[in-house]
Ligand binder design. Structure first.
Ligand code: SAH
Length: 213
């Protein structure tokens, strides 16, 4: 017998909690946003705690990693957030439930457009989907209260650090693309930047320039 939709959802939330996603607001946001809408292939695996392939050779992140990154970002209701690496749009949709405004940027026009179409369909009016090289941030809309990078950089990109407000938080996976990376939380204070390591992760690399697909 296949589990009911309610059972599947309960199991999904149970797994998130077991993986350390305990923030109530984050869990509520992830309960509201249906990951199945963003999974482009293998819809039957939408609620498994696993990354899945999407267009342009990229991946939709593992739900527990989305939860832990969102939790570490500690988004406040009035925040303006930048996400670098739109991919499927799932992470941006989760952020849209917690922030005033979300800007999300991807180097592939196809991914930026596909995500935009889903945001429109789901009536997520506080997300702006942009195509471009997010390693330079989004100077027009800077500074940001929160920045989330969902592709791995060797170091936190300088332009992104510069576009973070004082008191702001950035979460970014750092390390070589073919190795295990560390998820880092960067807090900007009056004197500079503070770095905390959250956990090991694996992300696709942050690539400079515009994608050709
Ligand atoms: N957050 C996504 C998953 C991200 S996968 C989700 O919720 O589904 C990483 C994404 O980063 C890919 O879509 C890739 O195209 C994008 N990316 C890599 N380098 C980039 C860059 N320099 N600027 C913008 N996007 C980039």
């Amino acid at each position: 017998m296949t589990p009911s939709a309610a059972e599947t959802k309960m199991q999904f939330l149970f797994t998130l909690r077991a993986q350390g996603v305990t923030d109530k607001r984050v869990l509520e946001a992830m309960e509201r946003i249906d990951r199945a809408r963003f999974v482009q292939y293998q819809p039957e695996r939408a609620y498994d705690d696993t990354p899945l392939p999407i267009n342009c050779g990229q991946t939709i992140s593992q739900p527990s990693v989305v939860g832990l990154m969102t939790q570490a970002l500690n988004v406040q209701p009035r925040d303006k957030v930048l996400e670098v690496g739109t991919g499927s749009g799932y992470q941006a949709a989760v952020l849209s439930q917690l922030a005033r405004r979300v800007y999300t940027i991807d180097r592939f026009a196809r991914l930026a457009n596909e995500a935009k179409a889903i945001f429109e369909k789901l009536d997520l009016g506080n997300i702006t989907s942009v195509m471009g090289d997010g390693s330079f941030g989004l100077p027009d809309q800077a500074p940001f209260d929160r920045i989330l990078v969902t592709a791995a950089a060797e170091d936190p990109p300088g332009p992104l650090l510069a576009q973070l407000k004082i008191g702001g938080i950035m979460v970014v996976p750092v390390g070589q693309s073919n190795a295990v990376q560390s998820l880092i939380k960067v807090t900007r204070n009056d004197d500079g930047f503070e770095y905390d390591e959250i956990r090991d992760v694996r992300f696709v690399p942050l690539v400079e320039g515009i994608g050709r697909e």
